[in-house]
Each structure stands twice: as C-alpha cells, then as structure tokens.
Design a protein around this ligand. Sequence first.
Ligand code: DMJ
Length: 631
Amino acid sequence: MPPTTLLPFTTPGTSRKSGTASSVLPNRPAFRLTEKFLLLLVFSGFITLCFGAIFFLPDSSKLLSGVFFHTQRSSGAGGGPKHGGRELEGDKLSKIREDHEKALREAKDTLQKPPEQIKQDIKEEKQKVVQDSADRKEGAARLPDVVFRKPVGATGREPSDPQTRERQAKIKEMMKHAWENYKRYAWGSNELKPLSRHQHSSSLFGNIQGATIVDALDTLYIMGMHDEFKEGKEWVEKNLDFNVHAEVSVFEVNIRFVGGLLSAYYLSGEEIFRSKAVDLGKKLLPAFNTPTGIPWALLNIKSGIGRNWPWASGGSSILAEFGTLHLEFMHLSQLSGNPVFAEKMMNIRKVLNRLDKPQGLYPNYLNPNSGQWGQRRIVKENHCATDHVSVGGLGDSFYEYLLKAWLMSDKTDEEARKMYYDAIQAIETHLIRKSNGGLKYIAEWKGGLLEHKMGHLTCFSGGMFALGADGAPEDTSGHHMELAAEIARTCHESYVRTATKLGPEAFRFDGGVEAIATRQNEKYYILRPEVIETHMYMWRLTHDPKYREWGWEAVQAIEKNCRVDAGYSGIRDVYSSQLSHDDVQQSFFLAETLKYLYLMFSDDDVLSLDHWIFNSEAHPLPIIRKNDQIQ
Ligand code: DMJ
C-alpha cells in the first residue's frame, strides 16, 4: 500500500478528531520502516476482520430476527421470551436460514425485474390486500345459519265485511300517499318535509340516513305493497351505512333502525336485514361502556364515545331509553348466536333490582356512573323523593318492555313479569287519579308532588294494561282490563274535545279543565300513534266496535287536517280550525300510526297477538318459543 494512503493518519491537522490526539501528533518523530510494516500488518488484519464480519452478518441477523419473532409470539401469548437466541433448536435455525435466503433471492429477483414488472407486482399485491380485508370484514359479519320459519300471519286475507274492507283499503291508500311523496322529494333522507317538498333531517340519527325507509318496511310488507318493499330493500342493500361519524340517540336508533330491520327480516326472510341489524347492534355496544353498564343516551358510532343528554338530571341516563332496548337486543342475540346483547340487558335488570324504589316507583333518571337515581332529594325525614316519575315521556316504554319481555320470552321471564305488575301496582296507588267528571288519568310525579297532566305519549298505556290483563296476578285481570278501557276513554276524550278531533301533546286535569291542553306549547299534534295504538289493542282484545269507530274518527281527522298534497304533516294547534302545519312527516307515522290503523281494520290473525310482540315503534317481533331460546 503506498505511503500516501497513510497520510490521513499521520499528517498533522488532517485528523477529523479534534482535541488532544491531533495536537500531539506534530511533535512525534516519523515512523521507521519496520514500524510502518507492523502498522500495515495490524491495519490489514483489522480490514480482514471487518470483511469477515460482513460475510457473517447474514447469519447474525438471522439470529437476531429469530429472537425478535419469537419474542413477539411469546408475548402475544401473554408471556416474555422463553429462550435466548443461543438456545434456539437446530430446526428453528435452519428454518430461519431458509427464510432469510428466500428473502435474499426475492430481493435479487426484484432488482433484476424490469420497472413495468415491478409496478404490476405492486398493483397485484395491493389488490390482494384489499381482497383480504374485504374477506376479513365479510367473515366478521358472517352469521350462524338459522332456519328461517315462514312468519305466522304476516299478511292476511281481505276482511270479509265490506265496510272494514273499504276502511282498510283507505288506510293502504294513505300509506301510498306518504311513501310516494317521501320517495319523490326526500328519498334516502330520514324524513320528508311535505310542505317544502324537501328532506328533513333529525339529529337523533346523526349521519345515519333512511329512517323512513327502515321504519316503513314492515308496514309495506303487511299491506302487500311488494314493489315498494322491494325498493326499500334495494336501498338498504346499497345505501344503509353505519360506518359514519355520527352521534346518535341509542334509543331512537334501536327502536326505529334495529327494530325495523329485525321485523323486515322476520317477515321476509331476507338475509340482508338480519346482517344489517346485527351490524348496527354491534355498533351500539360501546354505549354500555359505563361503570355500571347502564348505557349512555348518545353514542358516536364511529369513535364509540358516549355521553348523556346535557339536560338530563346531573348526567343521568333516562329510564325510557335504557329500558327500551330489551326486546331488540334479545333478538339480536337470538339471530347472531352472540349472547353479548342479552347479557347487556340482564345487567341493566341487575342494576335496577339492586336499587331501592321510592314508594315502589321507578324514577326517570339514573346515573350510569354511580348507579344511583338522579337528583335525589330529602323532602321529609326518612323519606326520599325523586324529581320525576312518569308513565309518559322519559318513563313510558320502560314499563311496556317489562311486560313485553315476559310475553316475548313465551312467558318464561318471570323476573320481568314481577317487575311489571309490581310497578303497575305502585303507579295505580301513587299516580292514577279520577277527575270530577269521572275520567281516569295518569298524573306525573315531580319531587313528591303530583302534576295533574297526562301526555299523548302516556296514552299508549291503555293498550299495555289490556295486553297485560291476561297474566295479572290474583284475579286482577278484570281490573287491569277496566283500567285499560278507562284510559282509552280518557285519551279518546282528549281528541273529542278539540276542533280538529286530534289530541294535543299533553292535557290537564286542573284549573277547571279536564282532558284539555291549557298551555300553547302543549297543543300540537305530530302524527303520533299512541291513542290509536290503544284503540287497536282494545279492539283486538275486546271486539267492542266502538274502538274501530274511534280509530276511524282518527283516520278522518288525519285526512282532514294533516293530509297535504305532498304527504302528511303535523299541526301546531289542535284547538284551531285555522290549520298551521309543522311541515314534518314523522317516520313513526308510517311505522306506527298507519300500521296500527291497518291492523285495527284487519282480521285478528294478521300479526296475531298470540305470535307477535310489537316493539315501541310498532315493529313486530316473534315470540321466542321456549325450545328456541339460546341458553
Ligand atoms: C315513537 O317513536 C315511539 O313510540 C316511542 O316509544 C315514543 N313515541 C314515538 C311516537 O310518538
């Protein structure tokens, strides 16, 4: 090697090191020839070592990567690495060597490939990744095989009596009018604005679309509107998407979307409805991630973050919301083979049963963090009162679902039965009153004081008492039926006493009035079903013709006051014949109001009460027979 090559090591000032070493070099004498030779020998030895290391490097890296891989796997299984690299057995070492050599060969091949070929390979690889992830997704949604049974009484014959037939046909025409206009002006959105002829979006569903379609499917089916049902099904297949950034009301999405999809499945047997229902059910599960398992009211179905309504008593969840999931969730477990849905429900029960019920009543607010009723106040010594107990808004369908949980379980869910009849007894004692004019009503309890007001929503309870009469304890069946009839009459009175013959949102029994709204903001009617729902149950369970007449009165009043050229609209004041429309065709008008009317003018074997249970949005779910129940 020529001496010049040593210059960098020997020439002063050329060292890249600064400091002491370079500052002493200038004073050192030049190397003698033997010293130079020795240095050359050491240096070449060093170079040889380096080359050797490079040659051995592949094997070393094999060892290293082998240890890493093993660690990953071991820790994945819950433990640290059990072996060091030196302890790897021979076959493992040779496997590592093989893999490594294969990787080297592939790298070499790639380098030798023309650029076009490399591009093509990358494209194919990408496609494979996409396909793999699609397969994985499909796998996740793959559901166990279920034997689909032909639904009992999903559609029926025309009624033999000509008047009933004519009335039934009229209700079907109303459904056509509502559906056609929704289709024309708001297809795919949640609801229709029938005056603006535009879409209406409600924050209850976040970015989930198509509430009217999903809510209407089963009504279309039972009315024999097959083309429309098919249109709805195709929309669901292509467009119903839950992978959206959306904060939704868990309750509303459950009763309308999960309920609507489940019913569409049970009626038609179309798999798409089952898989969409289960898919949505899974999206709702993070709502139960609270310290008690009492779900949040609102959930972002993308992020899984939940919270409660800001106005709800100190961050509480609401009885009528977390208490109105049971029917749908039991069916989700049934159809998916996944017990998690049912488990969430039974946990809610457990929490409720651990709590003291003031006077046997269930307050409307429950804190999901503490598991305590919201806003408790001591009004007297040793006497606790809570802010709000109601069979109307905030409480209503909790009671409905207790009864229906028992019925839907083929009367095996004894716990639900007991909870229902105990609750009704407390309600009778503390909330039900009779007016001077002889009208029975259900008041609301606020901080221990009764507010003599009954909501339109509360009117569903007539139907509930009638449905529950049969199983009532100790010969009280007749009493429950009487109560049902009295509530039906009071609610009918709330309709009769208005100019439009439609009932207000709430009516009062104080200040010299009975069954009349006194506040301007309680005078509206938004196409709600509850009064009609009660008439339907009363008709089916008593066959007293007055209930069909009351139903028909409602049809006429809706036609006169709510029908507009492009659909149906709510009205702002039921006491005024100067109509002011609110410009919303609620999805529950198609799901509930028109369905209950249609059933009232059908034979009893159309969605017979012996086989079907209606969820809170009137979506029919079959009774789960004892032998079919998953354990
Ligand atoms: C419906 O969405 C359901 O019946 C719910 O339980 C309460 N009320 C509306 C219709 O009034």
